[in-house]
Write a protein that binds this ligand. Structure first.
Ligand SMILES: O=c1ccn([C@@H]2O[C@H](COP(=O)(O)OP(=O)(O)O[C@H]3OC[C@@H](O)[C@H](O)[C@H]3O)[C@@H](O)[C@H]2O)c(=O)[nH]1
Ligand SMILES: [Mg+2]
Length: 615
């Protein structure tokens, strides 16, 4: 108890606490000191004397210990940074002070051309040297879905959820990559999921109930991020829960936590030792993402990028960050994401009076960040050893009035994973790769009501548009492989006008890269707009097929299945569903449609051999 004696001074500022020191361990007394030394004596003002609520007092210190250990540098560092950022915010300091923005140049990929095909092949070679990291700690407040977002169907033709699709894509890449490996060794690609208290147990349950969707459980790691303490005022006084004086209010710290969690997990060392080279980060609901992965990994490898951010053309005011070159008056420059809420004010403050607007191309001149990052493992680990994974934070308090002395509700520090390059030395090779939107980006972030209000021409980012984007991308890919796919029709679901293409889906193992898909398609093939085609097997060959209706094919790996001839039936029609109709399951009604399965040609092959599917 030595520490309580030499710190009597500090405890005298919190008499209520002082009378309770007897129940605290040395560690807890040290934590109390940290709080008092950092201006937090108000936390103990309402503490009763020893013997009253003692259990609650110990619970309070459990939470403090957790807040202290889960933040790089502990609570003292958190409070210090909070004071600085709150002071900057109060005087309206521009976080980009001294920097002027310009449009950076990056690598452009065009689906299907020679360079793209080369990059995809290179990407497949590199895939077994990669680890994949999914950030999935967010609640998805804008979407308002009650479950976890990765459990949502990516499309409802097969009902495959996002997480299953991601896992099957990684496994397909792993297999293809192991096949071309020079040393014939078999490697399992590590898959990390960052969760939070809001998503952790439901993510774990989803995996366990589905046998990890075919992945080895040892291949998957869940890292749970902790929330951070809320702040009540400009002095960074921690906010108490209004219903519990022994509990600090907490809120999410943002996806930037993924770096400190990876650092403290020890996984980076393990991966380096195992010979891995790349870490790929991605977000929870982009059903198109894996169309973009092989080629962009190929770009990273060819260009030897330390950081490669994937981007798509961006519509002005679209809720995606802009990749921007920032040049400082002193000559420094960096290529970095400027988040969507900051791009407009930054442009206006630096000589672009119209702010965030489209240029003559109909798009913002700044490429849109889809927050898919490919980091080179060696330089990443080195950097994290310096920073411990801490990422530049920001604070976004909502002030009560223009004096900026009080907040409408408590605030907290936040950080974003794409801010990682901000601390890199100028020698770091930081690049980005731009791809077509139809190929690479269709997130599910907005609820139907908000999506319907999106300005015409801007993407909805809804469950409706997310699913339609899958069909469009698959239709366009098959079209480029030589299949005649019917012209899309325009329909309105949940107040959003979308293009409806043939409902074509396939399992990742059927075709991960364009050159493989092309090998599986030959002759004169045709799929009408009203058709549904789901390919669930690996060796399914489409040859001289004319499809007008619904066709579902499932086969084991050793069965070779040929689809051909004229297949015609009543197929599946689409029926509108209103998102307010609670008699329909939530994951369906948020899309605004469901399938009426009138008739289909459905074939399943469970024995090895060669089979033909015709009508
Ligand atoms: O605390 C958090 C917050 C978010 N997340 C995850 O981070 C991902 C992105 O979260 P959000 O959907 O809220 O992100 P936003 O839409 O606000 O912007 C993000 O995606 C689009 C990009 O252009 C932006 O630059 C990027 O910040 C999700 O997968 C979410 O689950 C966490 O894991 N933890
Ligand atoms: Mg967000």
């Amino acid at each position: 108890m030595a520490s309580s004696v030499d710190s009597s001074d500090i405890f005298s500022s919190a008499l209520a606490l002082q009378s309770n020191l007897g129940i605290l361990s040395t560690d807890q007394i040290d934590l109390a000191k940290i709080l008092l030394e950092n201006g937090q004596s108000h936390l103990f003002l309402q503490w009763p004397e020893l013997g009253v609520d003692d259990k609650e007092k110990l619970d309070f210190f459990d939470q403090i210990a957790c807040l202290n250990s889960s933040y790089p540098g502990g609570l003292a560092a958190y409070i210090k940074t909070a004071k600085e950022l709150l002071a900057d915010s109060k005087v309206g300091k521009n976080p980009y002070d001294g920097f002027s923005p310009s449009v950076p140049s990056g690598e452009n990929l065009t689906f299907g051309n020679e360079n793209f095909i080369e990059m995809e092949k290179r990407g497949v070679i590199e895939a077994r040297n990669s680890a994949f990291v999914l950030v999935a700690g967010g609640l998805g407040e804008r979407l308002g879905y009650n479950g976890i977002k990765v459990a949502l169907p990516r499309e409802t033709t097969t009902g495959t959820c996002f997480l299953q699709h991601y896992i099957e894509s990684i496994l397909a890449l792993q297999e293809a990559s192991n096949k071309v490996a020079s040393d014939e060794s078999q490697r399992d690609i590590p898959f990390i999921i960052m969760t939070s208290d809001d998503t952790h147990s439901r993510t774990q349950d989803l995996l366990e109930l589905n046998s990890y969707f075919g992945m080895k459980p040892t291949q998957v790691h869940l890292l749970k991020q902790e929330k951070v303490a809320c702040l009540d005022d400009n002095d960074a006084r921690l906010a108490l829960d209004p219903h519990n004086k022994y509990r600090i209010q907490t809120k999410p710290h943002g996806h930037g936590d993924v770096h400190s969690l990876l650092y403290s997990s020890g996984l980076l060392h393990k991966w380096l030792d195992a010979g891995l080279k790349w870490v790929l980060f991605f977000q929870d609901t982009n059903g198109l993402l894996f169309n973009a992965i092989p080629a962009s990994l190929g770009v990273s490898a060819t260009k030897q990028y330390h950081v490669n951010s994937l981007a798509v053309p961006r519509k002005a005011k679209e809720a995606i960050g802009g990749i921007t070159k920032l040049t400082h008056a002193d000559g420094r420059s960096m290529v970095i994401n400027v988040e969507y809420n900051q791009l407009d004010p930054l442009l206006r403050a630096t000589g672009f009076p119209d702010g965030d607007v489209n240029c003559e191309t109909g798009f913002s001149p700044f490429p849109g960040n889809i927050n898919q990052l490919i980091l080179e493992l060696g330089s990443y680990k080195e950097e994290l050893q310096k920073t411990e994974g801490a990422i530049k934070e920001f604070v976004n308090p909502k002030y009560k009035d223009s004096t900026k002395t009080a907040f409408k509700s408590s605030t907290r520090l936040e950080c974003m994973m794409q801010d990682y390059p901000k601390t890199l030395p100028p020698t770091a090779r930081v690049g980005f790769t731009v791809m077509d939107i139809w190929l690479a980006y269709a997130p599910v972030k907005n609820n139907p009501e908000d999506a319907a209000k999106v300005p015409k021409g801007n993407p909805y980012h809804s469950a409706t548009s997310g699913e339609m984007a899958i069909y469009r991308a698959n239709s366009l890919i098959l079209q480029k492989a030589g299949v005649k796919v019917g012209e899309p029709v325009k329909q309105v679901f949940n107040g959003q006008e979308v293009e409806v293409w043939s409902r074509i889906t396939w399992k990742p193992k059927w075709g991960m890269i364009f050159s493989d898909i092309k090998k599986k398609v030959s002759g004169n093939c045709e799929v009408s707009q009203r058709s549904t085609m789901a390919i669930k097997g690996r060796t399914v060959i489409i040859e001289d097929l004319s499809l007008d209706g619904a066709l579902i094919v499932d086969s084991i790996d050793d069965a070779e299945v040929k689809l051909g001839g004229l297949i015609k039936n009543n197929g599946w029609t689409m029926e509108s569903v209103d998102y307010k109709d609670t008699s329909v399951p939530e994951e369906i009604r948020i899309r605004g449609f469901r399938f009426n399965k009138l008739e289909q040609h459905e074939k399943k092959f469970t024995q090895p051999g060669t089979f033909y599917v015709e009508d």
